[in-house]
Ligand binder design. Structure first.
Ligand SMILES: CC(C)(COP(=O)(O)OP(=O)(O)OC[C@H]1O[C@@H](n2cnc3c(N)ncnc32)[C@H](O)[C@@H]1OP(=O)(O)O)[C@@H](O)C(=O)NCCC(=O)NCCS
Length: 321
């Protein structure tokens, strides 16, 4: 098999804070091209500068937080016209996540993605340091990643519904009243995330939850007669839902429903979006009944099995699991 080699005049260098907005634009363009190829957006739909700017303003604080973590890697591949590809790895506890691997559409297929990954993830994962990535699910990224010590552990689906359809179907639900969900204060929320999450995703992310606690609200579901919450869900001011975690797969449903209700009523968006894993069957079943459809099916690939993806809903934006 012939192996594509990146052109010799390309430079691989560490990224800096000054590169963040440029590489974000690159990621938007690479993802838009991938979305067109997979049919998630019409091929002719333009990606406007205004859209990229709005997305940057919404995601900037998360990207800056990820880039600022110790023991991470941020590598840029530069050609004559500037950056044409980049990769970023962040470490939380005993896990390294590849948060982005992006190559500008017209430079894809020439070995740049592989060369970036070889530099970011050299050698094999170890028992002390695992690897995880959310892959868009195209043949090329799945083929590439499975050479770097990670294997598919579950689907990661972006599900969407028209808010009007959701609210109308929700108002007709008579058989399943939503149990009471309450808001946790930030310190309590971080404490509960540290209690429930590591068993579900096999790594510890206290610092991520301290970051989310600064501008998101943590909804919690505490079953009657219990002292501690059985489920948690972050909701941002902009209406982004997730991550969510629960003690059991069934407990995940009420807290995500409460988050959707809150966003649908307070922000009145045209569409509602949530990420689910394909192991969270109870949640998927409920979402399908409420008008949600699969918008973009992606994959979680990891170097170890993740024990509780049936009771976990991924983070939005999806840079981190
Ligand atoms: C995924 C991506 C980063 C790959 O970068 P790239 O520079 O095009 O990839 P490379 O040329 O280095 O090829 C890497 C490997 O992909 C695999 N590959 C490429 N085309 C393929 C195809 N049509 N079918 C199956 N596998 C394919 C091969 O294993 C190839 O390695 P090889 O040529 O040594 O055999 C790039 O396509 C991209 O930016 N996509 C959009 C964003 C995205 O999906 N990022 C990943 C999730 S964050």
């Amino acid at each position: 098999m012939s192996v594509a080699e990146p052109a010799p005049d390309l430079v691989f260098r560490p990224g800096t804070a000054a590169d963040l907005s440029t590489t974000f634009e690159l990621s938007e363009r690479a993802m838009h091209a991938a979305a067109s190829r997979q049919g998630a957006v019409p091929p002719e739909a333009p990606l406007t500068d205004a859209r990229i700017r709005a997305d940057w303003l919404r995601q900037r604080s998360m990207i800056e937080f990820i880039a600022a973590q110790p023991d991470g890697r941020y590598l840029v591949c530069e050609g004559a016209e500037g950056p044409i590809g980049y990769a970023r790895v962040v470490r939380f506890g005993a896990m390294e996540q590849l948060t982005e691997l992006m190559v500008a559409p017209r430079h894809q297929g020439h070995g740049v993605g592989r060369a970036l990954l070889e530099r970011c993830w050299p050698g094999d994962p170890t028992p002390e340091l695992g690897r995880v990535v959310v892959a868009t699910g195209a043949p090329n990224d799945l083929t590439l990643y499975t050479e770097f010590g990670v294997m598919p552990v579950g689907g990661h689906w972006h599900m969407r519904a028209h808010a009007g359809v959701y609210l109308s179907r929700r108002s007709q639900e008579t058989d399943a009243p939503v149990p009471a969900v309450h808001v946790l204060n930030p310190d309590h929320a971080v404490h509960e995330w540290c209690r429930l999450e590591p068993d579900a995703i096999a790594h510890d992310r206290e610092v991520l939850h301290q970051f989310l606690a600064r501008d998101r609200t943590c909804l919690a579901y505490t079953p009657p007669g219990r002292a501690e919450p059985a489920a948690l869900c972050w909701v941002s001011r902009e209406g982004e839902i997730g991550p969510a975690v629960a003690a059991t797969a069934g407990d995940l449903v009420p807290v995500v429903m409460a988050a959707l209700d809150r966003v649908a009523k307070s922000r009145e968006p045209e569409t509602l979006s949530v990420y689910v894993t394909t192991l969270s069957w109870w949640l998927i079943r409920r979402l399908r009944r409420l008008g949600f459809q699969v918008f973009w099916p992606s994959w979680v690939l990891c170097s170890i099995p993740l024990p509780g993806l049936d009771r976990y809903a991924p983070t939005r934006p999806p840079q981190v699991l």
